[in-house]
Design a protein around this ligand. Structure first.
Ligand code: AMP
Ligand code: ZN
Length: 141
């Protein structure tokens, strides 16, 4: 299976690498929402967030926090979004798990304006119960 992010990990694919350690690597996104938009990935291949192994997950989260702070210091943004898209409906285009780190600036014209929904009577509880039932059946696994 070919994967352009695995190619970056192995050195076959070119990228503007920011740092790497034994289990993670980070590089600039080639189509940035703002300059400095970066990606952090585990070196091991996982299609998305759902199935990342504990050890890689904690390394990636630590690396993401580290790089976020370095972007904050170096680029002095007004804010930073950390995003993971999972599945095509959520905007995922590369199926090798990654976090986006997106520096944000006042008036940067990057807009995400969701249409918020209202829960009708009882619906909030219904959704919470569905999720809690999955939590209960996952416990101890
Ligand atoms: P997503 O849509 O969440 O799967 O994000 C994939 C991201 O990877 C996009 O923002 C792309 O611009 C970026 N991307 C795709 N190919 C490369 C590459 N070769 N080097 C750096 N970033 C890439
Ligand atoms: Zn991969």
């Amino acid at each position: 299976m070919s994967c352009i992010f695995c190619d970056i990990v192995s050195g076959i694919g070119k990228a503007e690498i920011l740092f790497e350690d034994d289990s993670t690597i980070s590089f600039l996104d080639i189509r940035p929402l703002n300059f400095g938009h970066s990606l952090v990935i585990p070196k091991n291949h996982y299609n998305n967030f759902y199935d990342v192994a504990d050890k890689d997950l904690s390394s990636v989260i630590k690396a993401t926090q580290f790089l976020t702070n370095c972007i904050k210091t170096s680029l002095n943004p007004d804010g930073i979004n950390i995003i993971s898209n999972n599945g095509s409906s959520a905007g995922q285009t590369i199926y090798h798990f990654h976090f986006h780190i997106i520096p944000r600036f006042k008036n940067d014209h990057f807009t995400f304006r969701p249409q918020f929904k209202d829960y009708s009577e009882g619906l909030m509880k219904e959704f919470a119960e569905k999720i809690r039932s999955a939590i209960d059946s996952s416990k101890g696994k």
